[in-house]
Design a protein around this ligand. Structure first.
Ligand SMILES: Nc1nc2c(ncn2[C@@H]2O[C@H](COP(=O)(O)OP(=O)(O)OP(=O)(O)O)[C@@H](O)[C@H]2O)c(=O)[nH]1
Ligand SMILES: [Zn+2]
Length: 290
């Protein structure tokens, strides 16, 4: 029978394909071997199996998208994982990740962890992200709270994780799929996992979905882009942008800037605007280096 599946990993000549809620050990049809085609985790494949756990890869379907770091195809969403406390939520980093994810054409899902440690009763800085079209979840990995909603989001999709060290990414994977037993805690504890050695990326099965075992997106750099492009990644600027006096307004010093007026008038939150201005400087500096 011919089944559609998703490649999890290649390992010493075999390919492991997830289909019908299980993993198939596959070899390649001769014509693929001859073409030396490159497969990466996330590739959608058609496999042929007579019986047992073995199968052959008959066909590879066209990729919808692919990420370089980690090298994964057909990514459905990025789970941006940030702690609410310990460490304090880094909203600058969150906004930076949102720009990167949008630039890569991937849908963001925000997961705020350590809800059990959150001190502020005021969730509005977190809830704000819903108003700009993001899905937002709150979880505690320690108390196993909020997991059902995240499971729902992960099921049947290919996800990549992003977020700073210590945010609880490994803990979240363990909460979703306890059998993974990933090491959590300090970086030194995790060295055994091969953090600093080159190894192949793979997709892990978690909560009936697939999640890359290596986090993606850089906490440090924005992707190369034109300076006019950056504002497109701030959807809440949209209504104001139309009102600016100049069509090519970058919303920094230009007279008649409706966006700046909205921030000054308190109509729009200043924090994301501040991040925008900071990112704009970085984009300009990078542009000048080309
Ligand atoms: N109280 C509390 N602690 C948590 C929660 N999630 C994770 N932690 C703790 O936070 C620390 C870091 O969690 P990890 O899951 O290792 O974080 P990570 O994002 O995988 O970190 P790196 O591998 O360094 O990128 C660990 O000591 C966890 O036990 C949570 O929801 N609540
Ligand atoms: Zn403007």
């Amino acid at each position: 029978m011919l089944l559609k599946g998703t490649l999890l990993k290649g390992y010493s000549g075999f390919y492991y394909v997830y289909s019908e809620d299980r993993v198939w050990e596959c070899s390649l049809r001769g014509r693929f071997r001859v073409k030396k085609q490159d497969f990466i985790p996330g590739d959608k494949v058609m496999i042929l199996s007579d019986r047992g756990i073995k199968a052959t890869i008959e066909e590879v379907l066209a990729r919808e998208n692919s990420l370089i770091r980690p090298n994964i195809a057909n990514v459905d969403q990025a789970l941006l994982v940030l702690a609410m406390s310990t460490p304090d939520t880094d909203f600058n980093l969150l906004d930076r990740l949102l720009v990167q994810v949008a630039h890569a054409g991937i849908e963001p899902v925000i997961v705020f962890t350590k809800y059990d440690l959150a001190r502020e009763s005021d969730l509005s800085p977190y809830e704000y992200y819903r108003t700009i079209g993001c899905r937002v979840f709150y979880v505690s990995n320690i108390l196993a709270q909020g997991m059902e909603e995240v499971r729902e989001i992960v099921r049947g999709r290919v996800s990549v994780l992003a977020g700073p060290s210590g945010a609880g990414k490994s803990s979240l994977l363990n909460s979703l799929e306890p059998s993974l037993k990933l090491k959590t805690g300090s970086v030194s504890d995790k060295l055994g996992r091969g953090k600093h050695t080159t190894r192949h990326v793979e997709l892990l099965e978690a909560a009936k979905g697939l999640i890359a075992d290596t986090p993606g997106f850089s906490s440090l750099y924005l992707p190369p882009m034109r300076k006019e492009q950056l504002q497109e990644y701030f959807p809440e600027f949209g209504p104001y942008r139309k009102e600016c006096r100049f069509k090519d307004c970058l919303h920094v010093k230009e007279p008649g800037c409706a966006l700046r007026e909205a921030v000054q008038g308190g109509e729009m939150t200043g924090l994301r605007y501040e991040h925008y201005r900071q990112f704009l400087e970085e984009v300009k500096a990078a542009e000048n280096k080309y």
